[in-house]
Design a binder for this molecule. Sequence first.
Ligand code: ATP
Ligand code: MG
Length: 329
Amino acid sequence: MKPRVFSGVQPSGNLHIGNYLGALKNWVRLQHDYDCIYCIVDLHAITVYQQPQELLAKIRETAALFLAAGIDPQSSAVMVQSSVPAHAELAWMLTCVTPMGWLSRMTQFKAKSEKQETVGDGLFQYPVLMAADILLYQAAIVPVGDDQSQHVELTRDIAQRFNALYGETFVVPETKLPLVGARVMGLDDPLKKMSKSEPGSGHAIALLDPPGVIRKKFMRATTDSNPAVDFSALGTGVENLLNIFQAFSEWPGERMRSHFSGMRYGDLKKQTAEMVISHLEPFQERYRQITSEPGYLDGILAAAAGRASLIANETVELVKRRMGLYVRY
Ligand code: ATP
Ligand code: MG
């Protein structure tokens, strides 16, 4: 049996090149060597308010983007989190073994709660639900971007604590980060990670942005007061553009250096935009094909939910037995 991989994306806005380079690109690479479950984590998205009709549309859009990125639904399960109730069920059981102190150290909670007028308890509990997502499938590997490493670490801690309290139950998962593109920064502010939920129109390159919009956003990207690329003194904005270029092109470091040393920022921006467009154009074409077939997507999501439920329910039953909860014999 192949070891299992689990990862997810929230349907909380427009997926961007950070989501692609940090997560999706690695997912595609892993899918034939592992038993992969890729999830649209809608229960995570509602930790901050989502307009209901928009959320529903984004769930389907996100699923189509997974497929457009190259996830093969014949070999990987592409599923929606809320269609497998065991996610929420296991989350409660894990909530009961997670100290609040562990959760209050999470940097994402601090950053996201600052932006909310009222902070729902779900935002605080978010990492426990994420632990449940991963542990439910006994995943060995979790391919995510750098911003999620802290949550996977917490998942490991929760798994180990549960195993120590109730006996060996969960596989303790490993994080898998991409070598380049693990943390793509905002184009408007290279000190902030690129995020779906950031409002600025020049902040992120969405996977479905048309070429003209992509060019404009790159040309407006924040750099620094130097005129040209100097590898001995790279500003964060310029470093981010170089990283984006390298992650898409897969050029080795030496080629990057010899090609971009001394290049004026305007040219760096143009070349980065064209490199990104050359990858996103075929991607967008596949997206249009996938969404033009009525029923295709829903069929995939339903089959994957059925397949995932079998594994998930087995884990929940094991956890119930371990904890002494009632299981019908
Ligand atoms: P939100 O603002 O709603 O949290 P997000 O852009 O952070 O959206 P998520 O759905 O939280 O996206 O994360 C999905 C995956 O994309 C995760 O694996 C995460 O680590 C990765 N990811 C998110 N942002 C980046 C980024 N800027 N660079 C690299 N990977 C990223
Ligand atoms: Mg996020």
